[in-house]
Design a protein around this ligand. Structure first.
Ligand code: PAF
Length: 285
């Protein structure tokens, strides 16, 4: 296991790696949980050499407070990776190595996929994600990259980056890992109060309700029922509940359901923490 902090040192090591090796990259912002560990375990299974990057990327935060309070614990992260697998390598760059003197994000044309769902309340977020992902892919030249289904919109964005710039890279999307209450694991969950944690199961329950009752209610009725379920809990606010096609992220309606793989997307703000989740509703492609 190697832990590298300087880009120059990393480049020396990567230059020595054999071209034939299957190199896997797991990009993270640290504060690792079981969701990340499952990405790392998948990478270990499929790759000869695995790198985990830990970098809290400033350009993907549209809210400076969200950036400042983003949980970090490098020591714990390194221990967790070590105890998962001794052969996994870690890259922990500093801001200068990634951005040079000017912290700047690229502008991408994601064909409006960045303008819906998360893109509405977080303008520019996906340009920031695209910028860091593109930089990491350029540095590592991985064969396989690993991302979590929890951030489903992000996986669609990353696939666009791959299609446009890195045709040899294959993305593996790993299933969402949940707490026993059904809450999708996320680094931000650690910011929730005890009261909130007691009630967060309502988010996944709402997605399951949507799946079970998709043909029974209209879209509007489903949304209304789910909003009521969620907002019964003090401090919970439904930011969005939407049914969209997994491939295009275009809105699904019952009329075009035969032509799309419909997925429910939800965002609930709990005590100022945005919690997102999603679930496949129909799989008819
Ligand atoms: O999903 C995340 O943790 C981040 O958005 C990523 C992909 C590591 C880019 O900073």
């Amino acid at each position: 296991m190697t832990t590298i902090k300087k880009l120059k040192d990393l480049e020396i090591i990567l230059n020595k790696s054999s071209e034939k090796k299957v190199l896997g990259l797991v990009p993270t912002m640290g504060s690792l949980h079981k969701g990340h560990i499952s990405l790392i375990n998948s990478a270990v299974k499929l790759c000869d050499e695995v790198w985990v990057s830990i970098f809290v990327n400033p350009t993907q935060f549209n809210d400076i407070n969200d950036y400042k309070r983003y949980p970090t614990d490098l020591r714990k992260d390194i221990d967790k990776i070590k105890s998962t697998n001794q052969n996994v390598n870690i890259f922990i760059p500093n801001i200068d190595d990634i951005y040079g003197l000017k912290i700047f994000k690229d502008k991408f044309d994601f064909q409006n996929i960045d303008k819906v769902l998360e893109g509405i309340k977080r303008p520019g977020h996906f340009d920031g994600v695209g910028t860091i992902v593109k930089k990491l892919f350029e540095i590592f030249k991985p064969s396989l990259v690993f991302f979590g289904e929890k951030d489903f919109q992000q996986t669609v964005i990353v696939q666009k980056i791959i299609d446009n710039y890195f045709e040899k890279i294959k993305m593996i999307v790993c299933p969402t890992i949940r707490s026993k209450e059904g809450l999708a694991l996320s680094s931000r969950n650690s910011l929730l109060s005890k009261h909130a944690k007691k009630n967060v199961s309502v988010i996944y329950d709402s997605l399951l309700f949507a799946k079970q009752n998709f043909y029974k209610f209209s879209k509007g009725e489903l949304k209304k029922i789910i909003k009521n379920k969620i907002e019964k809990n003090k401090g919970f606010f439904l930011e969005y509940f939407e049914l969209r096609c997994s491939k295009t992220l275009k809105v699904c309606s019952k009329k075009n359901i035969k032509n799309c793989c419909c997925r429910a997307f939800i965002c609930v703000v709990v005590e100022d923490v945005r919690l997102i989740d999603n679930l496949v509703i129909t799989n008819e492609y």
